[in-house]
Design a protein around this ligand. Structure first.
Ligand code: ZN
Length: 384
């Protein structure tokens, strides 16, 4: 039996090295006894130190637990430390997952189809057609009530042939004795991971997000223990920052955000109106030359407004409008009728100025073009 199953709370121990395996640029240490947990069953491996040398991974190989290190310890006898913050965090998330899955299974008859746990986040995928905010809140409330009731956790081993006499939520593969993890009155699962010994040690379980990943499957992200606390700490900092940026009380943030959104829409319409008025003013002053060409420069207006301007110009006694936005380096050529071959002219301008663009016989647009004298450079050269 693995020692971490006997006691998941041992953080340091002394032992001897029984074997060293040489890998490419690391070593694998096999110890006479170990409490280090190797990666398995969705729970990540422990980290820590062996004689002050970092343990970078722990794996199971041919029924042996191998501790991966960069350097060999100098002595056969070693002192081992498990990185306890990391391990205890996994124990909290892992036990929280059992409880969460059990509550969802019991209340909504939805099975947990997969479980993922990393250093940053944990989630379960559950088999459920719909999952709304109300249900999520109910699940959260039930899970946390059970945590505060401090249901007892038991672990024990059973023979595979006795399996039918137990009502097991989560089953797995087995060929020898099976380890069972029971949360009294709530859950019974086969599991080889490490768990807290009292359910209240989960502290709190917070569901942080739920999303549909495919038909009938929702993914529920959750945080337990210290991770839940860190989540509230970061949310709290964010709310305080928002309150300070918006210069309102925390309770007024949503109201203020809605107001800003509304203001923004109003400003947008106002700006659009101003642009149109600006263009209308410019239209009063346009000069069509003897060849019925209008050329003009503008400063930083959007493409819609520029096209509106060109369109209005072509409503007058004008055959071709050539407009250049000097800030956005955007050239627009539009014609009424098909007197000019705009495709040919446009492509020729593109190659001469190493610019980019495209268009048709009626309209041609060019971006990233630098022109210092629109009249000479474009009209005199191309529009003949
Ligand atoms: Zn487990």
């Amino acid at each position: 039996m693995a020692l971490y199953h006997e006691n998941a709370y041992v953080k340091k121990f002394k032992t001897n090295i029984s074997k060293i395996i040489k890998f490419e640029d690391t070593y694998g240490l096999i110890l006479e006894k170990t409490y280090f947990y190797p990666e398995s069953g969705g729970q990540l491996a422990d980290k820590g130190k062996i004689n002050n040398i970092d343990v970078i991974n722990v794996i199971k190989r041919n029924d042996e637990i191998v501790h991966i290190v960069k350097n060999k310890p100098k002595s056969e006898s070693v002192e081992c430390y498990i990185n306890w913050d990391r391990r205890y965090d996994f124990m909290q998330q892992h036990t929280g997952q059992h409880l969460l899955s059990a509550v969802i299974d019991d209340k909504y008859q939805s099975e947990t189809v997969s479980f993922h746990m990393s250093e940053e986040y944990s989630f379960i995928d559950i088999d459920i057609p719909k999952l709304g905010e109300k249900t999520i809140k109910e699940i959260e409330n039930e899970v946390n009530s059970l945590i505060w009731e401090n249901k007892v956790i038991n672990t024990f081993w059973i023979d595979p042939d006795k399996i039918d006499s137990y009502d097991i939520r989560k089953q797995g593969k087995y060929d020898e004795k099976i380890r069972m993890v029971e949360i009294e009155d709530v859950d019974l699962s086969m599991c080889g991971g490490t768990h807290v010994s009292e359910i209240c040690e989960i502290g709190m379980l917070k569901i942080t997000n739920a999303e549909k990943v495919k038909e009938n499957t929702f993914r529920i992200y959750f945080r337990c223990g210290r991770r839940a606390l860190q989540y509230f700490q970061s949310i709290n900092i964010m709310i305080n920052n928002l309150s300070s940026i918006l210069s309102v009380k925390r309770s007024e943030i949503v109201k203020m955000a809605k107001k800003f959104k509304k203001d923004r829409e109003n400003y947008y319409h106002e700006i659009e109106n101003l642009k149109e008025r600006l263009i209308d003013e410019k239209l009063k002053n346009i000069k069509t030359n003897s060849r019925k060409i209008v050329y003009d420069t503008v400063n930083d207006i959007d493409n819609n407004a520029l096209n509106y301007y060109a369109n209005q110009i072509l409503q007058t006694n004008t055959k071709i409008a050539i407009l250049y936005d000097t800030v956005q380096k955007f050239l627009l050529i539009r014609q009424k009728g098909n007197e000019y071959n705009l495709k040919e002219i446009g492509n020729s301008i593109i190659s001469r100025y190493s610019a980019k663009g495209g268009g048709s016989e009626l309209i041609f647009q060019i971006v990233n073009i630098e022109i210092s004298n629109l009249k000479n450079e474009i009209i005199e050269r191309y529009i003949k």
